[in-house]
Design a protein around this ligand. Structure first.
Ligand code: FES
Length: 432
C-alpha cells in the first residue's frame, strides 16, 4: 500500500528550503526534529529570545506531522471514564486542562497565521450504550459540556452518541510552513550521536547548553530506556471527495474516525500496534464501503505510545539535566506538541525546575504493558529468522499488505528493498 501513499496536506505546501549543517555550530538550544513539536519549540524559544537551532535529517514536516489528521482536541485515544477510574479525577483534570490551554494557543496562532483553523463539534459514538453514558458522566465531572444526539451524518450504526463542542481542525503542513519561515532551521542535517553538550551532525560538531529530542521516537532511546517505555501504533487514512461538516469518532474496537477538510471527508482507522499482524487492507475496505465515491488520497501514519497513554514531556533522564524529550503522543500529537513548547521553554529558562505535571518522563515504567512488550522483544530477539532489525537485532516480519519489513519489538519499518521508513532504527536493512 505504501507505493502510492500521499497525504492530503502535501498538496497545500508552500515550503521554503533551508540550508544543511556544513560547519561546526554553537547554540544555546539544539532541537532535533522538524515536525510540529520541534517547530513549536523553536517558535516558543524565538519568542523568548533564546538562541536555538533546529535540525532535521530530512526536511521540515517530512515525518509523522505530514500524515496526521490534526485534530486539535482534548478527546484522545482513551476513555476519560477509565482515566478517572485508574488515576483519579485530579490527574484527569490536569490532563484536560493542559489540552484546553494548548487548544487556546492554536486559536491565538490562527489570528496570526493562515493554517485553515476551524472550530468543529466532535461526536463520539458506539454500539455500546454504557461506554457512551460513562464517557458523558466522566466528561461532565471534568466540566465539559456534553449532550446526547440521535443522528450522525457519517454513520447510522450506533446505539448512543454524544456531542462535544469547540474542538478544532487545522492543516498541519500549512501551520508548519508558516512558522518555519521565521525560524533558524537546517534540513538534511542528520544527528548521528549526542554527547553531554555536543552532537555530531553531518560530521560537524554542534555544541549546545540544552538539547530537545523532538523526533517522535527519540534519537537516543537506549539511554532513558525509551525503547522500553514506548510502543508504536499504525493507523491508515483516506480522503474521499465527499463533504461532511463535523468531527466523528466511533469508539468501538475497529471503529473509524472522520474529519472534514475542504471538499473532502478524511476517514481513518485500522489502528494496530506494530507488534500485531496487519490483517486488513484499509484502502480496499474503504473502496468497498464508499463504492461510487472518489478516494483521492490515502496514507498511513505511525506514532509512539507511552505505557500509560500519557505523553513523556520533560527532562530526558536523571543523568542529563540539560536533555529534554517530547514524545508518546498516541496519534493525537498536535495538542501535546503545543504543551511541550511551553513546558520545555520554561524548564530551559529555569522557571520550572522539574516538570510537575503527570507528563514527566521520570514517572514509573512499572506497568503491565511493559511485561507484554518485554516478552515480545525477548521472543523476537531469539527467533531464528534471517532478516534482523538494525536497531537491536529483532527478527523482522514481512507485511504483505503494505509490502514492508516490520519489527515487532519497537516498530521500525523498512520497504521491500530495505530502505528505512520508520525508526527507532537509524540504518537501512541489508536484505538476505
Ligand atoms: Fe528495536 Fe527493531 S529491534 S525496532
Amino acid at each position: 500500500m505504501n507505493k502510492m501513499e500521499h497525504s492530503i496536506w502535501e498538496d497545500y505546501r508552500n515550503k521554503k528550503t533551508f540550508p544543511s549543517i556544513d560547519k561546526d555550530y554553537k547554540t544555546d538550544v539544539l532541537i532535533i526534529g522538524g515536525g510540529i513539536a520541534g517547530i513549536l519549540c523553536a517558535y516558543e524559544l524565538k519568542k523568548r529570545n533564546i538562541d536555538y537551532i533546529l535540525v532535521d535529517k530530512n526536511y521540515v514536516g517530512s515525518g509523522i506531522s505530514k500524515n496526521t489528521t490534526a485534530f486539535i482536541s482534548f478527546i484522545h485515544d482513551f476513555s476519560y471514564y477509565e482515566m478517572i477510574s485508574k488515576l483519579g479525577i485530579n490527574k484527569a483534570k490536569e490532563y484536560i486542562d493542559l489540552c484546553k490551554a494548548a487548544m487556546k494557543k492554536y486559536e491565538e496562532l490562527a489570528l496570526l497565521y493562515d493554517f485553515d483553523y476551524e472550530k468543529k463539534d466532535l461526536y463520539l459514538y458506539s454500539m455500546d450504550e454504557d461506554k457512551i453514558i460513562n464517557e458523558k458522566i466522566a466528561l461532565e465531572l471534568l466540566k465539559v459540556n456534553v449532550s446526547y444526539v440521535n443522528k450522525l451524518e457519517v454513520d447510522d450504526s450506533f446505539n448512543k452518541a454524544i456531542k462535544i463542542k469547540d474542538q478544532a481542525i487545522i492543516n498541519p503542513l500549512k501551520l508548519i510552513d508558516a512558522l518555519a519561515n521565521e525560524l533558524n532551521i537546517f534540513e538534511h542535517s542528520n544527528v548521528s550521536k549526542v554527547y553531554d553538550n555536543e552532537a555530531i551532525c553531518n560530521n560537524h560538531i554542534i555544541s549546545f547548553n540544552h538539547v530537545i529530542m523532538a523526533s517522535n521516537y527519540p534519537l537516543v532511546n537506549k539511554k532513558g530506556l525509551y525503547f522500553m517505555k514506548l510502543r508504536q501504533k499504525r493507523s491508515y487514512v483516506v480522503a474521499i471527495n465527499k463533504q461532511i461538516n463535523q468531527l466523528y469518532i466511533n469508539i468501538d474496537d475497529d471503529g473509524l474516525y472522520y474529519r472534514p477538510y475542504k471538499e473532502y471527508m478524511i476517514v481513518g482507522g485500522n489502528d494496530r500496534l506494530t507488534n500485531k499482524k496487519c490483517e486488513n487492507n484499509f484502502y480496499l475496505q474503504m473502496k468497498e464501503k464508499y463504492k461510487g465515491e472518489e478516494i483521492k488520497y490515502y496514507w498511513s501514519n505511525q506514532d509512539c505510545i507511552s505505557l500509560d497513554q500519557i505523553p513523556y514531556i520533560g527532562r530526558f533522564n536523571n543523568a542529563h539535566n540539560n536533555w529534554y524529550v517530547t514524545t508518546g503522543y498516541n496519534l493525537y500529537g498536535f495538542t501535546f506538541a503545543m504543551s511541550s513548547s511551553r513546558i520545555l521553554a520554561d524548564m530551559i529558562e529555569g522557571k520550572l525546575e522539574e516538570n510537575p505535571y503527570l507528563l514527566t518522563p521520570a514517572r514509573s515504567i512499572l506497568h503491565k504493558k511493559l511485561i507484554s512488550s518485554l516478552a515480545i522483544t525477548i521472543s523476537n530477539l531469539f527467533s531464528l529468522k534471517v532478516n534482523r532489525c538494525t536497531h537491536m537485532g529483532c527478527a523482522l516480519k514481512y507485511n504483505e499488505i503494505d509490502d514492508t519489513f516490520e519489527c515487532p519489538c519497537h516498530g521500525s519499518r523498512y520497504d521491500k528493498n530495505g530502505k528505512l521508513l520508520n525508526g527507532p532504527a537509524q540504518k537501512d536493512l541489508e536484505i538476505k
